[in-house]
Design a protein around this ligand. Structure first.
Ligand SMILES: C[S@@+](CC[C@H](N)C(=O)[O-])C[C@H]1O[C@@H](n2cnc3c(N)ncnc32)[C@H](O)[C@@H]1O
Length: 279
């Protein structure tokens, strides 16, 4: 067994697997920047990443441009430690423009950001209207005048159901340079309660050697609906909210990846969109 645990740990780093299978930080940053630029004519400077986890989005933002700064917020000290050891370390001296804060996202509002992003549905941890309203109020107070909050969400006729979906992920290099061999990502919607909208989901990974990493991540969420989130943004004092959806590319049988502002769209089995709160 000598040396095996370290080798296993290297091969099975769940955060690397998550970054490669779930996150698309360049597309998210392009989107946030585009919406901000359209409003202001210039790019945002300070990005606040709520629920930052390994702070991949923040690090990619800092790397993008010399004047960019980022503030990553997460309440989990171990995950933040890893963010420092891996993604922040990969920035070298540019890490000076990154601040990582171990706190609840709703607990502080300074420094105020130009653009706040809370992605991959992390804000669905709140189960009640008062909790979600409190977060939106705090997120608004943490923005400079004219700042924007970018959230993502999903829905559709087949979204709030028990289901499992598998996707092959090609071998790739992570932000910190670690090479990860090909693996399978499994999204498991284990239970949905239509009365409370309690929604239990997990991510499992199947590695190239057949090893199954069960419940590498688990989420205990409420499934929130778009209209109620928009109402809460308005109640929290956001001047306006906007919804952005992508289009379906028939030839590629995939999203075209271009998110346009919509007032209406055809409901689909499962859709993923951005919800933007404007101050
Ligand atoms: C799904 S991960 C998000 C990772 C990454 N930012 C992304 O977009 O995919 C959710 C993170 O939110 C953190 N978290 C959950 N509730 C929180 C809260 N109230 N305040 C701060 N962090 C929280 C967890 O520790 C976890 O690291």
């Amino acid at each position: 067994m000598t040396g095996r645990p370290a080798a296993r740990q290297r091969a099975y780093d769940r955060h690397h697997l998550y970054e490669l299978s779930v996150q698309n930080v360049d597309a998210d940053l392009d989107f946030g920047e585009r919406v901000y630029r359209r409003r202001h004519g210039n790019a945002p400077l300070l990005l606040r990443e709520d629920f930052c986890g390994t702070a991949l989005l923040s690090c990619a933002w800092v790397k993008r441009r010399l004047e960019n700064r980022a503030l990553g917020v997460d309440r989990d000290a171990r995950t933040l430690e890893r963010a420092k050891e891996k993604n922040a370390a990969a920035l070298g001296p540019d890490a000076e423009r990154l601040e990582l804060v171990c706190r609840d996202v709703g607990s502080f509002t300074r420094p105020r950001a130009d653009l706040t992003m809370a992605l991959n549905f992390s804000y669905w941890v709140w189960k009640t209207r008062p909790e979600m309203l409190a977060y939106f109020k705090s997120a608004r107070a943490a923005l400079r005048p004219g700042g924007i909050l970018v959230l993502d969400l999903f829905g559709g006729t087949e979204a709030a159901v028990v289901s499992q979906e598998e996707r092959e992920v090609e071998a790739d290099a992570c932000f910190d340079g670690t090479h990860v061999p090909a693996f399978t990502y499994i999204w498991d919607q284990a239970s949905f309660n239509p009365i409370s909208h309690d929604f239990q989901c997990s991510i499992h990974f199947r590695l190239g050697d057949g090893t199954l990493l069960r419940q590498a991540f688990h989420y205990d969420w409420r499934f929130w609906m778009l209209p109620e989130l928009r109402e809460l943004l308005a109640e929290a004092g956001f001047a306006r909210s906007e919804v952005y959806m992508d289009d379906w590319d028939e030839e590629e049988a995939d999203s075209n990846g271009i998110f346009r502002r919509r007032r209406d769209f055809d409901n689909e089995g499962v859709w993923v969109g951005y919800l933007v709160g404007l101050t």
